[in-house]
Ligand binder design. Structure first.
Ligand SMILES: Cc1cc2nc3c(=O)[nH]c(=O)nc-3n(C[C@H](O)[C@H](O)[C@H](O)COP(=O)(O)OP(=O)(O)OC[C@H]3O[C@@H](n4cnc5c(N)ncnc54)[C@H](O)[C@@H]3O)c2cc1C
Length: 377
């Protein structure tokens, strides 16, 4: 059986559901497939509070509103930061993703639990083969060989199938570099600030974190070397004094390269495109924005608009953050320097403005760069 849709969205996380919602809103007949609607992504769930009004989505999945950040340097210096005029909202990813998919469906997108396997044709239209969870959808359950595989023919595809994107692999595109995280939801712990802990002994070139949740905390650590991540996690647990129950989950986070937008009629959004902010490694907001931008480009019939819109909105900020990350994350001494620099209220205010208020004006980015130039010279 072959289903026909104008647009096929692969993946129903923040990128895919947002893309499907905007496609449907533009009157495009949209089919979204996700291999497991019950999947809950391991995630701290921290998003900027303005996300809900900017993206016009309900706030019911917010479990906590946090207005304090605590950053701890490798040698133990602490920066306690009170956020002025902004906050970080913590969402529960299961209910957040479900609510975004419901919004897409409400706007007219069709949702099917199915796994993308491969393309059987990529030309003026694109034909994808997917395995569906409910065989009756195939309409041909008796014929040997077809099993639960169904074909979908679409004019456009948006790949929003995450860091290990199978769509990307099916086109032979090299994955972006990534790093590994181990994280755990710990009900027995409490935190009233989003905590960022730096130090090569537990998070080389990354950071470890403890974020408040509705109940308990989520905590984790990251590393570019997959081997030994368990030891790094144990060292962080010891340093922070966490009581874990051992139910850690591993998951990758991609590094942004800014080189993957679309290949002809196939667009990439969110983690599948590597759209994760360097240094802070937040990806939810950017996944949603990239889904929206890809959908708008398709609706306008101008593929090139996606890359243009992304670069205009985020290109300079991402490049700056990548340079900062490359400079400072080379070792603990450099991280100590960041802490020293952020003792200055001027620098702290500029950093928070760039990060949380998403201040995109060219002038503010330049003054930020100048602060670092002065410091480094
Ligand atoms: C431990 C950890 C903590 C994080 N904390 C934060 C944070 O606090 N704040 C923040 O902003 N970001 C955070 N991130 C990053 C954030 O989770 C991601 O950037 C975000 O989820 C990307 O959204 P996405 O829609 O692109 O991909 P995903 O959320 O990964 O969604 C991909 C979807 O595709 C589906 N899928 C996969 N393969 C297929 C297939 N073959 N066929 C059909 N469906 C498929 C999956 O089931 C999934 O639903 C964190 C990441 C990790 C790993």
């Amino acid at each position: 059986m072959t289903l026909r849709a104008e647009a096929l969205v692969v993946g129903g996380g923040p990128a895919g559901s947002t893309a499907a919602r905007f496609l449907a809103l533009s009157g495009i007949e949209t089919l979204l497939v996700d291999r497991n609607f019950s999947f809950v992504k391991p995630c701290g769930g921290g998003v900027p509070s303005f996300l809900f009004s900017e993206m016009d989505i309900p706030e019911d999945s917010v479990r906590k509103r946090v207005d304090k950040i605590k950053a701890v340097s490798p040698k133990g210096d602490v920066l306690d930061i009170k956020l002025e005029g902004a906050s970080i909202d913590i969402v529960e990813r299961g209910s957040f993703d479900r609510s975004l998919r419901a919004e897409a469906e409400r706007r007219g997108a069709r949702l099917i639990e199915a796994e993308f396997n491969r393309f059987s044709d990529v030309g003026k239209t694109v034909t994808a083969e997917v395995s569906v969870q409910s065989p009756e959808l195939c309409g041909d359950t008796s014929s040997a060989g077809t099993g639960n595989v169904m074909k979908v023919r679409a004019d456009y595809v948006i790949a929003a199938d995450g860091v290990n994107s199978r769509v990307r692999a099916a086109l032979g595109i090299k994955p972006p570099p990534s790093f590994i995280t181990l994280s755990e939801k710990i009900k027995a712990e409490m935190a009233d600030a989003c905590e960022f802990w730096f130090g090569a002994s537990h998070a080389p070139r990354c950071y470890s974190w403890v974020f408040p949740q509705g109940e308990g905390v989520s905590a984790g650590t990251g590393s570019f070397v997959h081997r030994g991540i368990g030891d790094l996690w144990r060292r962080f647990v010891e340093r922070r004094g966490l009581s874990t129950d051992g139910s850690v989950r591993g998951y990758k986070i991609p590094l942004w390269r800014g080189d993957l937008y679309n290949r002809g009629r196939i667009f990439f959004a969110g983690d599948a495109a590597g759209h994760v902010m360097p240094l802070t490694f937040e990806g939810i907001y950017y996944a949603m924005k990239s889904g929206e931008m890809a959908a708008r480009a398709i609706a306008a019939g101008k593929s090139g608009e996606y890359k243009k819109a992304w670069e205009k909105a985020f290109g300079r900020r991402f490049s700056l953050m990548r340079r900062l990350w490359a400079y400072f994350m080379k070792g603990d001494n450099r991280v100590e320097k960041i802490f020293e620099l952020h003792r200055s209220p001027e620098v702290l205010q500029a950093s928070m403005g760039i990060w949380l208020r998403k201040d995109l004006r060219r002038g503010s980015l330049l003054s930020y760069i100048n602060i670092f130039r002065r410091f480094l010279s």
